[in-house]
Design a protein around this ligand. Sequence first.
Ligand SMILES: Cc1ncc(COP(=O)(O)O)c(C=O)c1O
Length: 384
Amino acid sequence: MLHFASDNYAPVHPEVMAAIGAANDGAAVSYGADPVSARLQERATEVFGEHARIFPVLNGTGANVISLMAVAPRWGGVIASDVAHVHTDENGAPERVGGLKILAIPSVAGRIGPDAVDRYAGDIGDVHRAQPAVLSLTQVTELGTVYSVADLKLLADTAHAAGLRVHVDGSRLANAAATLGVGLRDLTTDVGVDIVSLGAAKNGGMLGEAVVVLSDGGGPGTAAGPAEAVPYLRKATMQLASKTRFLSAQLLALLGEPGAPTSGTGDNAPLWLRNAARSNLMAARLRAGIEAAGLTGSGGSGGPDLSLSKGDQRGAIRFTCRTEANAVFATLPRAAANRARAHVRFYDWAPGETADRVEVRWMCSWDTTEADVDELVRTVAAAL
Ligand SMILES: Cc1ncc(COP(=O)(O)O)c(C=O)c1O
């Protein structure tokens, strides 16, 4: 069986496994006061800037809930896209656990623009409305698209001007950085992002992610700065692991040890970048392979920048978004998708255009091979 369902299906990268093994060396102080976690904190300042504070947590939903709670008051609202993971895929955790209303805004190919802030800015000061406190952006977006550095700067500036804080759900931040050829800091600290949910599991980790506090100004109405609040929130939301050293070891393996280069090419690149670049490359190969096999009609599939590209509408496969990171979204005849499922796992993303068609997501991982991609193309061609 081929696996293109999720980068969460991928195994743990051997270097991460080795790092977990190396951390398994006798007793160490629990709850994050261990030497591995201290090295991770040192490394975080190298990667994100001197004021960065990193807090390993158990999963991405937890990272999002803690991050949002750390920068929003109890009466706060979180502006996010209508396809944002925090809105659609966390069983309402930011609302149930965090007590924060998500203020959803229609997206274009997963992205939102500065008008998202304008839409809700008028609610500030109105006691009848959840108070917009945070702009939450997902990078890479849930539809596999990427915000440019300039987009992020504009969004962050707009949010800050309105008195909001900026959160990035960086479950796939590594993939975005690989796409844009920039560092993790360029996409966060340097554009004014206040707090990040940093992904690891989809990037070759075993389990666990991190909250990274970048600016310590509390959000409107918050008593403590985020770096002071996160340790308490992490415990209160049941995201504090007693053996945090093993979470820290994974993050260190991905980010690199203190003193290691924060960028590079080929084998000299940090593991986060090698893994992300690989999965992005495989998605590009998949898209190109589908086009080369003639499954999209005449092969047109580019589309204007930042817009929802429908590609060529005559072919059996119609791309629904640009492929900017490690996922390919497309519609195809439902019957063909179901036939392909005998050989490959993938998710239906949306019901699709008609009763006869379904939108699917094919997602590549750090361990996806050229052979896997080519076999998927052959499988789908045969199913069609
Ligand atoms: C965009 C995004 N954010 C966050 C998460 C983290 O979710 P989890 O709680 O499953 O680790 C995911 C996982 O699929 C995701 O795709």
